[in-house]
Structures are given as structure tokens and as C-alpha cells.
Design a protein around this ligand. Sequence first.
Ligand code: NAD
Ligand code: GDC
Length: 375
Amino acid sequence: MEKCNGENKREGKLKKKVAVAGGAGFIGSHLAKSLKDDGGYYVVVGDWKENDFMHWTDFCHQFFLLDLRDMANCIKLTEGCSEVYMLAADMGGMGFIKSNQSVLMFNNTLISTNMLESARRHLHTVNRYFYASSACVYNEHKQMETTNPGLKESDAWPAKPQDTYGLEKLYSEEMGLAYMRDFGLQFRCARFHNVYGPKGSWKGGREKAPPAFCRKAICSETEFEMWGDGEQTRSFIYIDDCVTGIRKIMDCPDLDVPVNLGSSEMITMNGFAKLALDLCGKSNLPIKHIEGPVGVRGRNSDNTLIKEKLNWEPKVRLAEGMKETMRWIKCEIERELESGKVQDLSRYCSSRVVAQTTDSLDQLLVKTNEDKASL
Ligand code: NAD
Ligand code: GDC
């Protein structure tokens, strides 16, 4: 698996070398691109797959195809870096995290612990470490009502996180905080609240509600399928705000506790479906409620802490961000139709639930055996 996929020279200028783990993913690739475009950074990305929508040279200077469950690979990725952004995770929306509890927990625990320890090994160069946490860390009992007033950072404890996905995030937050206390690593951590925008997963089962709703609104002609009764509430943060927030949090000298990075514009999923349908000129399409993984009943972001620390909070309104996301997904679907990759759009009117397989676990075992055999 470990394979160096290409290198760029340093362009003669002194740049801060930074690593983005999971940088071929949705948020990681937008973040890496923002750092690269900034001009002051030499951006190294590590991921076990390539980005689905951009060539790696569009968003980083150097790309390593690496399995970050292996510590040697994490050490290689972080070598000589002054900042590490840790966004790698086996993840998805409700169609993935509920049905993949064991495999994602195994994978994410290895990635998170190995990445953090690798940063410690490079403490002579690594000044700051960013960890991408999630609103899934919050106590489920605080999310039983659709009228969620906004989750405050203190609502994570006492703990009853959502699924093994949320538990691993909470554990990794604590591990980062312990490394900061014990070893002086400057740890920064944001709890993302459902991030959306162009160039993210929009089909296959891992996609979250915003791209799923765009795809279904574009492709549905008779009804709009929705998991659950649609009264469940969420807030969604646009990718540009997410990247701006990560960079501000990383640059802040005293934000050394986990902080919400989310919008406080809460909406019901029925209202959200209506918004997506309106954008497609299909306002009258009826919503068909079906069984599916629904997650918590109500979730919103309380932004008191981020406003206090950064004098900033996410700005992009949901209608505005969805317009951009819808435009991009329409182009993706048109491209698939033109190339003949898809002929019948009816398959895009429903969302899949991803069944758990042990493929990724078995892959790691095979690699270990291969390593032993070559000794
Ligand atoms: P994503 O799936 O697009 O990106 C994650 C990347 O990690 C992928 O490119 C994947 O290939 C990579 N990865 C997974 N396992 C790996 C391994 N063993 N080795 C190397 N790379 C590996 O997801 P995203 O939406 O960009 O999320 C980024 C981070 O933010 C994740 O940590 C996620 O848990 C967190 N997060 C995201 C959201 C959201 O709404 N998107 C919300 C809360 C938290
Ligand atoms: O998947 P998600 O966006 O994740 O779902 C939001 C709500 O939309 C859920 O109640 C879900 O049942 C409903 N829904 C209805 N139809 C559909 O077709 C659909 N697809 C999807 N995906 N959802 C549909 C997420 C986690 C993430 C992450 C964030 C943090 O939970 O899945 O991994 O960490 O939270 O905010 P959501 O918001 O429940």
C-alpha cells in the first residue's frame, strides 16, 4: 500500500512544511488547497486513496498514498513538518456510521493514535496539531428534542456519545489534550457539525444529508424519499466556512480546548428537503417517509465559545451554500449521463445503507504478514 505518488521541489522559497492526513478527502482537500494557494506553505498530503474530483497537484505539493493505520507511514508523513492537520477517518453520514461500528472504530482508533504519537516523535519540528472531531461526541441525552437550543462544548461530559464513531472522537480528543499536558504538543481541536459543499461524496452510501438531498431532488420525479419522519433537526456548515474556521483555530494562540465549528442555523429535515426541491423547481413533490438510520433527534451548534475566542463564526447561509452544492452535483450527474456511466437516474432517488465488510481489516493483516515474510 505504501507508495510515494509524486514529489514537488520546494520552489526555492522558504515555506512552512505542513501535513494534511486524510487530505484526499472532502474537507482535507479543500483545506490543503487553501494552504497551498496561500503561498506560505509546502503542503504534504497523506491518504490511502486519491481524491475523486481533483488531481493531487491541484491541492498539494506532495502526495503520499499511505495507510495511516500503520505508524511508520504516519511518521513518514509528518517528518519535518511544523503543523499537522489530522482529518483522516473511516467515515460517512448516517448510512455509514450506524452500520459500520466495529470496522470504523478499529480503523479510526489506529489512525488517530498513530498520527498523534508520530507528531510527538517529531516534536522538535511540529509546533501545532489539529484534530478533526465531531458533533457526534455530544451526549445523546442532550439531543432528544427537535428544539435543540445549541450544544455547548461542556455538553460532551458526562459522556454518552453517538455510536462508536462519536466515542472514538471523544477518546482521541482526550488523548490529544493529555499529549498537550504531558509533552507540550500544542493541540487544537474542532467539533465539526455536518459539513457540506462541492467536491464531497454525493452517492454510494457515505454521503450526508446535504449532498443526498441535492441528488434526490435533482433525480426524483414523483416523490422525495426521506429517512424518518423529517422532524429531526440539524445545522450544516458550508465547506468555505469550515476551512476558514480550521485555519483560524490553528492560528489562535490560546484556543487549547475543543470548540464547535458549526452553523447555528438549525432546520428540520422536512424543511431541508423543501429547500433542495425549491432549488430544483420541484416545490410540489411530496415527501415519502421511509425507515432508515435517523441518528439524534435534534442537533445545533452553540457558537458562544468560538465567537468569544476568535470574534468569528460561520457566515454562509444554508440557502446560499446549498445553491453552490446543487450546481456542482447537477454537473456531476450531467457528466455521468453524457459519458454513459449512468443511464437510469432512478437509482439516485434512494439512499443506500453501507453494509459492513471486513475487507479493510483483512488488508492490514495481509500487509503485516508480507512485512514479516520480507524480513
Ligand atoms: P472524507 O471521508 O471525505 O475524508 C476522510 C479521508 O480519510 C478520506 O479521504 C479517506 O480515504 C481517508 N482515510 C480513511 N482511512 C484512512 C487510512 N487508513 N489511511 C489513510 N487515509 C485514510 O471525510 P470528510 O468529510 O472530509 O471528514 C474529514 C474529517 O472530519 C474526518 O476526521 C471526519 O470524521 C471529520 N468530520 C467530518 C464531518 C462532516 O460533516 N464531513 C463532521 C464531523 C467530523
Ligand atoms: O447523514 P446525516 O447528514 O448525518 O443525516 C442527517 C439526517 O438526515 C438524519 O436524521 C438522517 O436520517 C436524515 N436523512 C434523511 N434522508 C438520506 O437520504 C437521508 N441520506 C442521509 N445521509 N441522511 C438522510 C452526522 C454523522 C457524521 C458527522 C456529523 C456531525 O450525523 O453521520 O459522520 O460526524 O453528524 O455533525 P447526521 O447529521 O445525523
